[in-house]
Design a protein around this ligand. Structure first.
Ligand code: SF4
Length: 220
């Protein structure tokens, strides 16, 4: 059993987001450590660009404390230049608002995904593919508030499933059958699935599948 952060490191090159998810740990962190003055106004940490050259890990998540829809074109272009210089490294982005993004060209080592927390958010898959031209698309289901039902997984290259942790009132607790539904659909298309360690307790250790895309470099 591994923690996803053991394999995929966060580089929080942008901090801040105005989407306002009630379960946002990034906002909680910022309230605690005051990294930026107003979490609703994303800030770009240009001095972290050099961290994208780090070859220690094969893949980096760049939106751990932001949403791609809050990034300016200028920030994105600067990051894309670095990605082109580090073609063997994979860079992962997530958004909950793909309908607000239009990117016509992305480096081949970019992984662009949407987070889906309920069946009514499935439209994001189509918006992702319509609005961001990318070689790799991925989906994250975390937290989960209902069974997402049937999914169009065409061109999806990786799926991550998790649950909400902590003690928040009304927190989303993922159900075993919701995970199984996604997993079964992914397997029909040979899509790797990573179930986060937080699902232990909802699933047995044997049921927690942890797969990465082959491009992520040496991970199972
Ligand atoms: S989209 Fe992400 S960063 Fe933005 S509020 Fe929601 S959880 Fe926080």
């Amino acid at each position: 059993m591994q923690c996803i952060k053991d394999s995929i490191k966060n580089i929080n090159i942008v901090i801040g987001c105005n989407i306002g998810c009630p379960y946002c740990y990034a906002r909680m962190n910022n309230n605690r450590f005051h990294t930026i003055e107003d979490f609703n106004k994303p800030e770009f940490f240009e001095n972290k660009l050099k961290m994208l050259d780090n070859k220690k890990y094969g893949s980096y998540l760049l939106t751990g404390q932001s949403d791609l829809s809050g990034w300016s074109k200028d920030w994105l272009n600067k990051v894309f230049v670095k990605m082109e210089e580090n073609k063997e490294t994979q860079y992962i982005f997530l958004t909950k608002r793909p309908e607000k993004i239009k990117i016509d060209s992305t480096p081949d080592n970019g992984w662009f995904g949407v987070t889906i927390t309920s069946s009514k958010e499935k439209y994001r898959i189509k918006e992702l593919k319509n609005n961001i031209k990318a070689k790799h698309y991925h989906l994250t289901f975390e937290p989960m508030f209902d069974d997402v039902g049937e999914l169009d997984l065409t061109d999806i290259s990786w799926i991550v499933i998790g649950t909400e942790t902590g003690n928040r009132k009304n927190k989303g607790v993922t159900k075993k059958e919701w995970v199984e539904n996604i997993y079964n659909q992914a397997k029909k298309k040979n899509i790797p699935v990573f179930m986060k360690e937080d699902l232990l307790g909802i699933l047995t250790e044997d049921e927690v599948i942890q797969e990465f895309p082959k491009e992520f470099g040496g991970m199972k």
